[in-house]
Write a protein that binds this ligand. Structure first.
Ligand SMILES: *Cc1c(COP(=O)(O)O)cnc(C)c1O
Length: 516
């Protein structure tokens, strides 16, 4: 492949109408152009990733924005991909958080597996759209097989079903949408899709723990029930939904003639990774006629764990389930799934469009996955998970997941040795660790300031990318350990740097108490 290949060299005659070099078609120049461009990208990425030694090497906000502002200038004639890649190397490519770096440990934002990156190349090249069979013949059937594998792994019967989604936000929305419509149908005989919400809908309530993901409230708002329809149940000392609190709440709602219809259990909260008592929640849901939705966006990955899959007990009783693969399954965004116990639940979201999924089409075995999704055009994200599982095998995949949990346990234990660190997650439920720098002399707001400054300094100094969060009004630091390639050594270094920067800030405060 000639480097510096210029598309104009290939032009014959009519320049404006020469498009072959821009599409992947069987025409030799299209295939050659694809190989050439893909190779150029691979070379550029290999260079950038091999040269980047810190998790963040970019500038601060204003300087970065000013630099990026120069880029969106489009010439009339265009330029070679190499030139554009060179132009963005210093501004865009090297000013990212390198999420695959061992000291990038902030959010539920994972390093992507290489076989999954191969999957991205394949699925974007074919550009299958998962809405109708004729746009994704093999892909439709492969996604269905992946869904079958997932429902079986989570312990659903063969009535189970599902579809890939953009992530937990969409999956939680879908779970509550089906729950809402099923309830309105059985309670009022109302077809919400056709007739809209019934008058009594303002009495409908969703139950979840106060530490459940904000997207439960967001979904309630978007579903026309309003955020106030979400009743938050207190959590216990392990940050899990309190069963006592749940029973009290259910009684209170009944006294007020309100109508709880859905119970959301979280399997892996974003901060503490806590897992609600799923078997008991399932039982309570059954007794009270509630739809049981489990948000396992984070914790669902334990299904492959060799040591901790038992933590998922009870998940098989969910009416619906959200699981993200772009978190602890190490897939590039976006990749998630929404699963249901009973495939008949999808009837509430079916629409038949004459051009896409006419009813008579399904008679000859064509399957239109649009019937199980709230998206129309949809990516073949299932391919990434498929390639990852086939390539890595479930044994090593399970070890990767277990390693991240072990690292979190080690981080908590190691941090506990520092007198200046207060650790809230002595025994992490999943792979997050919450801690803060503390000194007996500092007051609440000084503690907050010092901890915020530690997080910022680590980020801009390129030492580590970690997160901050708030627990009971106080600022804490959070490590989310999602990198199977990280070692105990990396954890030790991060913790030493936290204490070093904390000590330096504390020293400054002691010299000038008012200026911290
Ligand atoms: C990440 C997360 C979500 C949101 O999922 P997206 O994939 O970001 O849309 C919902 N619930 C939990 C518990 C999560 O961790």
């Amino acid at each position: 492949m000639a480097v510096g290949y210029d598309i104009k060299e290939n032009l014959a005659g009519d320049q404006e109408n020469y498009f072959e070099d821009f599409f992947l078609h069987r025409h030799p120049s299209g295939v050659a152009a694809y190989e050439h461009m893909a190779t150029a990208v691979v070379h550029k990425l290999a260079k950038v990733f091999s040269e980047q030694s810190a998790p963040y090497e970019g500038q601060k906000t204003e300087a970065l924005q000013a630099q990026i502002k120069q880029l969106a200038i489009f010439s009339y004639e265009g330029e070679s991909l190499e030139k554009v890649l060179d132009a963005i190397e210093g501004s865009v490519l090297t000013q990212n958080v390198n999420i695959s770096h061992e000291r990038a440990a902030a959010h539920l934002h994972c390093p992507p597996l290489l076989p999954a990156l191969a999957g991205e190349m394949i699925l974007s090249a074919f550009n299958q759209s998962m809405d109708s069979w004729d746009q994704s013949p093999a892909a439709t059937f492969l996604e269905m097989e992946m869904i079958n594998w997932l429902t079986a792994k989570f312990g659903f019967s063969n009535q189970g079903d599902g579809s890939f989604t953009s992530g937990g936000t969409q999956s939680n929305y879908m779970g509550l949408l089906l729950a809402r419509d099923a309830f309105c149908h059985t309670y009022w005989g109302r077809d919400v899709q056709k007739e809209g919400l019934p008058e009594g809908a303002s009495r409908m309530r969703i139950l979840c723990s106060e530490e459940s993901h904000f997207t439960v409230k967001q979904a309630a708002a978007q579903l026309g029930l309003g955020e106030d329809a979400v009743v938050s149940i207190p959590t216990d000392e392990h940050h899990r939904l309190s069963l006592e609190g749940l029973n009290v709440t259910i009684k209170e709602l009944a006294d007020k003639q309100l109508l709880p219809f859905a119970l959301v259990g979280t399997c892996g909260t974003t901060d503490f990774g806590s897992i609600d008592p799923l078997p008991e929640l399932a039982e309570t849901a059954k007794t009270n006629g509630l739809w049981f939705h489990v948000d396992a966006a984070y914790g669902g990955a334990l299904m492959l764990s060799h040591h901790w899959s038992h933590k998922l007990a009870g998940i098989e009783q969910a009416d619906s389930l959200a699981v993200d693969f772009h978190k602890m399954f190490f897939q590039p965004i976006s990749c998630g799934a929404f699963l249901v116990k009973d495939r008949a639940s999808f009837r509430y979201i079916q629409h038949h469009a004459a051009y896409l999924n006419p009813e008579d089409d399904e008679e000859d075995g064509a399957v239109h996955l649009v019937n199980k999704s709230i998206q129309t055009s949809r990516r073949f994200d299932a391919l990434k998970l498929f390639l990852s599982l086939r390539t890595i095998g479930t044994k090593r995949f399970g070890h990767m997941i277990d390693h991240t949990l072990q690292l979190a346990g080690y981080a908590a234990e190691y941090a506990d040795r520092f007198r200046s660190l207060t650790v809230l997650t002595r025994e992490p439920a999943l792979s997050t660790v919450i801690l803060r720098y503390t000194q007996p002399m500092l007051n609440a707001s000084e503690h907050n300031q010092i901890n915020r400054s530690i997080q910022k300094r680590l980020f801009h100094g390129g030492e580590a990318v970690i997160a901050k969060t708030t627990v009971d009004g106080a600022n804490f630091l959070k490590l989310t350990l999602l990198n199977p390639a990280a070692s105990r050594r990396d954890i030790e270094e991060i913790l030493h740097m936290i204490t070093r920067y904390g000590d330096e800030a504390y020293q400054k405060w002691r010299e000038h108490p008012c200026q911290t």
